[in-house]
Write a protein that binds this ligand. Structure first.
Ligand code: PHE
Ligand code: NA
Length: 455
């Protein structure tokens, strides 16, 4: 079934850097620029940020290494890789479930991710057109509210983003991805540093921002904040859904998993911290609430662009780069599923992509409506809008669950000699990784889960 396509899927990406660029492209996205700041703002700042950093180190990186190793060893789409690996380890077919949980996560995440990416497309166009120039911070806030109040405008931009994603997927990921990530990433980084510089020099509130992000008040660390921090460490590293596994299949055998994954995770973390350090001082300078929610990135930065001479071009470029960062992430949500569909069924890539994109787009309309027609309490479930529920369900439940299963598989089920060879570490380093993967990471995930249910 899978085997006749195996060679085409398993062609190792020849260029050494391709895996790094693809994985970094997947990891770096709205999670860093949009979600991290507003989550930190809503969960008390320092407590959340520090819990998040600990989760990245103790849970995220070990599981990310495991996921890449499973992908490289399995060399198929995640669903089929997990089946192959389970067969090799004489474990049950039920391990294919990991791939399915991942596919479900990817589907749900893309449906709302695309809506937010649509905002950044909308901001790109309005910014270049100069629509924000001269607006006060308050007016900028009102124009964000006007966007989210308009389901038609949001649905159109959501459609545009899904079409862009589908276009790259249909053409085949390798062609477009590498070169676009190569340009997007340094561009984004430079602009973020410029914004950081502005916050340091001009906001007058830089130290207030630093204190908000890094001062640790243990009483802020509710179990809910802890679950959010853990969930976000999965979300931001694209972990537990098969994206890293799918790209891992293309990783050259010689490449060091520890070094490449370490680099990607470090880059992802630095970008999130720089985004936070650029944004929070502006939030304070503009008298915004750090806990203001999903509009934080859009409103705080747009106010600055609106007040700067030439700000419309810098701002337009910035939101364009945000959209491109989102695109290299959304591609990685779709690719594992589409790769599996064409391994499994007699359909070609283009039709698989078209049908899948259409279904995701339709489902995403629920998230569009969460900001307007369905914002009222009568439409909420568990006190959340549809959008919030989809975010909660994936970041806090399905991604950690997928990651937990991956950690258990790599730590307990797979033959030690196989995983040892994939990791290619000294015995000491291997044993540290293995302890984290077998015991620490799974235990932490389970404890955080359970304390949330009971607490
Ligand atoms: N890591 C991406 C981001 O931070 C989001 C993502 C989640 C991508 C899960 C793929 C899978 O924006
Ligand atoms: Na990220």
């Amino acid at each position: 079934m899978a085997d006749q396509h195996a060679t085409s899927t398993a062609q190792t990406w020849t260029h050494r850097w391709t895996f790094v660029l693809a994985a970094a492209g997947s990891a770096i996205g709205l999670g860093n620029l949009w979600k991290f700041p507003y989550m930190a703002g809503m969960n008390g700042g320092g407590a959340f940020v520090i819990a998040y950093l600990v989760c990245i180190a103790l849970i995220g990186i070990p599981i990310m290494m495991a996921e890449a190793a499973l992908g490289r060893h399995g060399r198929h789409s995640p669903i089929n890789s997990m089946r192959e690996l389970a067969r090799e380890a004489d474990a049950g077919r039920a391990w294919g479930l990991v791939g399915w949980v991942g596919a479900l996560s990817g589907f749900i995440i893309l449906s709302f991710y695309s809506v937010v990416a649509g905002w950044s497309l909308s901001y790109t166009v309005d910014m270049f057109a100069g629509s924000f120039q001269g607006m006060s911070a308050e007016q900028v806030g009102q124009s964000f509210d006007a966007l989210t109040a308009d389901p038609v405008r949001m649905t159109v931009w959501h459609a545009v983003f899904i079409v862009l994603t589908g276009f790259v997927i249909a053409r085949g990921v390798h062609k477009g991805l590498e070169s676009s990530v190569r340009v997007m990433m340094p561009g984004l980084f430079i602009l973020l540093l410029l914004l950081l510089g502005y916050s340091v020099m001009e906001s007058g509130k830089f130290m207030e921002g630093v204190r908000f992000m890094f001062s640790f008040h243990p009483e802020d660390l509710t179990t809910e904040a802890l679950l959010s921090a853990m969930g976000h460490s999965f979300f931001t590293l694209s972990l537990g859904m098969g994206a890293i596994m799918a790209y891992g299949a293309y990783m050259p055998k010689k490449a060091s998993i520890a070094r490449t994954i370490g680099a990607v995770a470090a880059l992802d973390t630095v970008i999130a911290l720089v985004a936070g350090l650029a944004i929070f001082p502006l939030v304070f300078a503009q008298g915004m609430e750090p806990s203001g929610g999903p509009g934080l990135l859009f409103v705080s930065l747009t106010s600055v662009f609106a007040s700067l001479p030439g700000g419309q071009f810098i701002g337009g470029l910035f939101f364009l780069l945000v959209a491109l960062a989102a695109l290299s992430s959304s591609i990685s949500m779709v690719e594992p599923v589409v790769a599996w569909i064409i391994e499994r069924f007699p359909v070609n890539r283009v039709s698989a992509t078209v049908v899948y994109s259409l279904v995701v787009w339709l489902f995403g309309i629920g998230s569009v409506l969460s900001f307007n027609e369905w914002a009222g309490e009568e439409y909420q479930m568990f006190g959340m809008t549809f959008f919030e529920l989809m975010d909660y369900l994936t970041a806090n439940i399905t991604l950690p669950l997928g990651g937990l299963l991956i950690a258990i598989f790599a730590g307990w089920i797979m033959k030690r000699s196989h995983i040892f060879k994939e990791m290619n570490l000294s015995t000491l380093h291997f044993n540290i990784w293995r302890a984290l993967c077998r015991v620490i990471a799974p235990a932490a995930v389970v404890v955080i889960f359970v304390s949330n249910i009971t607490g």
